[in-house]
Design a protein around this ligand. Structure first.
Ligand code: GDP
Ligand code: MG
Length: 749
């Protein structure tokens, strides 16, 4: 089977094209460098199936980033039958810069001029026939987004593939051309493949090449001794880069005729003036983030219910029936937010279906313990988690829209200005913000960070950016907080919890940068991709991927562990069914519960602290587990621990939680603890894979200490405000200790 590789700059549309060609479920996003992993698929519309590889997005074939090395080695070593070089016409020069380097390799190349639809919309024109003549390889106009020109592209690729092509360079007009020629002859004499490419890279003093061809590099060094350019001295790399750009602007750029010769501000620029404004940028980001939370979690949309004092359905004289329950999903004295409407509907659906299942099992005359297992152990746990699926999907959808539109890249940019002072570059914020979805890809994405220490501290703080699986904890428990405090809305509490996580990340970075992970911040250069209307198809593929993963998790690992929790909470050490207070789970939990007393969910709850301890512990398997465990325990506890709550629609979980006698401060601390402590197994494994050896143990210890301290702080200060003075005193003491320590170190050095 023939193999084609897709190469191009970040955000040039590679993944979009890849998805079009292969129909695969690869994610389409705007993160610079999201495509770190190799993605393969098959194109089946031609005569023969063709294997397609999506290479990581790169600006150059130099060896500075992992992406560059991956792409370069793939083309050189794996020798694809054709390289499809995707060129974003709206950034022609920058994209052709890479093209000129790919062209130096002896491999068939086809240029896909992408974003044709955008170019046409701007009223620009390009003479691609002439460009084809000048480049010497086929040039095809396409729009990956609209799926236009793809057949032609594949036809031209088919024509050139397997024909072989001699590398060609644009450096013929440059002062180094003779040196390149001599090195090339030396290399090809030594039997090196792709002599031209290696010769140019050697002249650029590329580290990889210098190691590979030390003898040939002597020629370059000798020449360096006698050669001085007015502008660049003996910096050959800069000289070559300059020569490439000069050639591109002289020979290729004039073929693109722009309508508004850059005089008028484009719409993108206008939007950026506001969205990336020095002062307004961050408040705007927070408002947008809060808007998203409000739409997803608010039980009182735009606070209309509280403002106007709407009547509940009961007050309006509705009788209880299915129609009323359905109506109550949307309106019941308040107008629910879209996310809550979805939640209510899902809750109604699961409780109705589960009710049928239980009735069916009972009708079949199953034993009591079996009914208990099904009703409490399985359905109790699953119901809690499944109800959150629509809300999670909605939050992911809204975040993906921000991501795909190009806005998240701007957020990284505006945060860079501020967080640089705290010791990380904006580049680190991209994986951090990805952490809102899932920590695992976020941790993998840190590979784009150049500095090892910056990587370590980024991986450590990623779990503080609360992932999708932690949502149910937030929403479920925030509901109980709202109930106890009488602050009728969970969305404000959820939002504050997210902010607490982000603040903790900032504090941790500051602390690590001044102690164990000292270092300078690498400069942050990022292209702001133009704004795009996110493609519906791409979003759907992405969402389906995530949802599928979530549901798979619910029916495998979560199901298995809720059943385990049910057994442990129903059986005693004598393997007989006992009251929950005497169960194995309760006895183990009670043993551990004193540890959590300073956090507000330990011994002060007498014999109930273990409920929280156990829930947090099961969270290490998967974070959804916390609520699933609550669901199972609440079902077992029903009657024992379920005071009649005055609020309508209080869930079983809420009744149990309130019944344990926990204070709202304790609950807030519980949420913070779960959000910031050791993440789930899978994320821990990812961290282990990404972090340098020796540092992994410390990372786990860091998570434990950070979450414990933060939760204790939240609990004590919220419960007794004056304890804030103690915390401030401790913080000052720690600050001084670090300063003293650092002075000692700098004296030694
Ligand atoms: P990659 O980084 O090269 O994989 O780029 P992506 O495939 O993720 O595309 C980046 C952005 O460009 C996405 O928002 C796409 O929807 C958008 N995009 C890709 N191709 C086109 C196109 O032909 N026209 C337009 N208007 N947008 C496109
Ligand atoms: Mg991509």
């Amino acid at each position: 089977m023939k193999r084609y590789a897709l190469a191009g700059n970040p955000n040039c549309g590679k993944t979009t094209l890849f998805n079009c060609l292969t129909g695969s479920t690869a994610h389409v996003g705007n993160w610079p460098g999201v495509t770190v992993d190799k993605r393969e698929g098959t194109y089946k519309k031609g005569e023969d199936p063709i294997s397609i590889v999506d290479l990581p997005g790169i600006y150059s074939l130099s060896p500075y980033t992992p992406e560059e090395v991956i792409s370069r080695n793939y083309i050189l070593d794996e020798k694809p039958d054709c390289v499809i070089d995707i060129v974003d016409v709206t950034n022609l020069e920058r994209n052709l810069y890479l093209t000129t380097q790919i062209m130096e390799i002896d491999v068939p190349v086809v240029i896909a001029l992408n974003m044709m639809d955008l170019m046409q919309k701007q009223g620009d024109t390009i003479d691609e026939k002439e460009l084809e003549k000048r480049l010497g390889v086929p040039v095809v106009r396409i729009s990956a987004l609209k799926g236009e020109g793809l057949d032609e592209l594949m036809r031209r690729a088919q024509e050139v593939s397997g024909q072989g092509r001699k590398g060609k360079t644009v450096l013929d007009e440059c002062t180094l051309t003779h040196l390149i020629g001599d090195v090339r002859i030396a290399l090809s004499g030594a039997g090196v493949e792709n002599p031209l490419f290696h010769a140019v890279k050697l002249v650029e003093c590329d580290e990889i090449e210098v190691q590979m061809h030390p003898t040939a590099f002597k020629m370059v060094e000798e020449f360096k001794g006698v050669f001085k350019d007015e502008l660049f001295g003996a910096d050959f790399e800069a000289l070559v880069a300059d020569a490439r750009y000069k050639y591109i602007t002289k020979h290729y750029s004039p073929l693109l005729v722009k309508k508004n010769k850059g005089l008028k501000h484009s719409k993108s620029d206008k939007a950026d003036k506001i969205l990336t404004h020095k002062w307004a940028g961050i408040p705007i980001f927070l408002v947008i983030l809060f808007g998203i939370f409000h739409l997803t979690f608010s039980e009182d949309l735009l606070w209309l219910g509280s403002i106007f004092g709407f009547s509940t359905l009961e007050e309006l004289g509705f009788s209880e029936n299915f129609g009323t329950s359905l109506l109550a999903c949307v309106y019941d004295g308040v107008i629910f937010s879209p996310g809550m409407i979805l939640f209510n509907l899902m809750d109604l659906l699961t409780s109705t279906v589960f009710g049928w299942i239980v009735a069916g099992v009972e009708a079949l005359g199953a034993a009591d313990w079996a009914i208990g297992l099904i009703q409490d152990g399985i359905l109790g746990g699953l119901g809690g988690v499944l109800s959150f699926v629509p809300q999670i999907v909605m939050l992911l959808l809204l975040l993906s829209i921000l991501e795909d539109s190009g806005y998240m890249a701007r957020v990284a940019f505006i945060l860079d200005r501020i967080f640089r002072r705290f010791g990380v570059s904006g580049r680190a914020f991209i994986p951090m913000i990805m952490g809102f979805g899932c920590s695992i890809p976020a941790m993998v994405n840190t590979r784009t960070l150049a500095d090892e220490r910056e990587r370590t501290l980024t991986i450590r703080t990623i779990p503080f950016f609360s992932c999708g699986a932690k949502l149910p904890i937030l929403v479920g428990v925030a509901g109980a907080v709202a109930h106890i405090t009488g602050l009728g809305d969970g969305s404000l509490i959820s939002f504050s919890m997210y902010v607490v996580g982000m603040l903790l990340a900032v504090v941790s970075i500051l602390l690590m940068r001044s102690t164990t992970q000292r270092g300078e911040v690498a400069p942050f250069i990022m292209e702001l991709p133009p704004y795009h209307t996110p493609s519906g198809k791409g979003l759907m593929i992405h969402l389906w991927d995530k949802t599928k993963h979530y549901i798979e998790k619910v029916f495998t690992i979560i199901l298995a562990s809720t059943v385990l929790v049910w057994f442990l909470s129903n059986f005693g050490w004598n393997w007989q069914m006992v009251e929950i207070e005497n169960s194995i789970l309760a006895s183990v939990g009670q043993l551990l519960q004193p540890v959590f007393t300073p956090l507000g969910f330990g011994s002060q709850l007498n014999s109930f602290g273990w409920v929280f301890v156990v829930a947090a512990a099961t969270g290490l398997i998967a974070k959804e587990e916390v609520i699933a465990t609550f669901g199972t325990l609440a079902a077992v506890f029903a009657g024992v621990l379920a005071p009649e709550l005055s609020v309508e629609g209080a869930t079983e979980v809420m009744k149990m939680v309130v019944g344990t006698g926990i204070t709202w401060q304790g609950l807030v601390s519980f949420i913070i603890f779960n959000m910031t402590t050791i993440p789930c197994f899978a994320a821990v494994a990812a961290a282990k894979g990404e972090i340098q050896k020796g540092k992994f143990r410390w990372t786990v210890a860091f998570w434990v200490v950070a979450s414990y301290t933060t939760s204790a702080l939240a609990y004590t200060v919220l419960s007794w405000w004056w304890t804030a003075f103690i915390w401030v005193a401790v913080a000052i003491a720690v600050g001084f200790a670090i300063r003293l320590w650092n002075k000692k170190i700098s004296k030694k050095a």
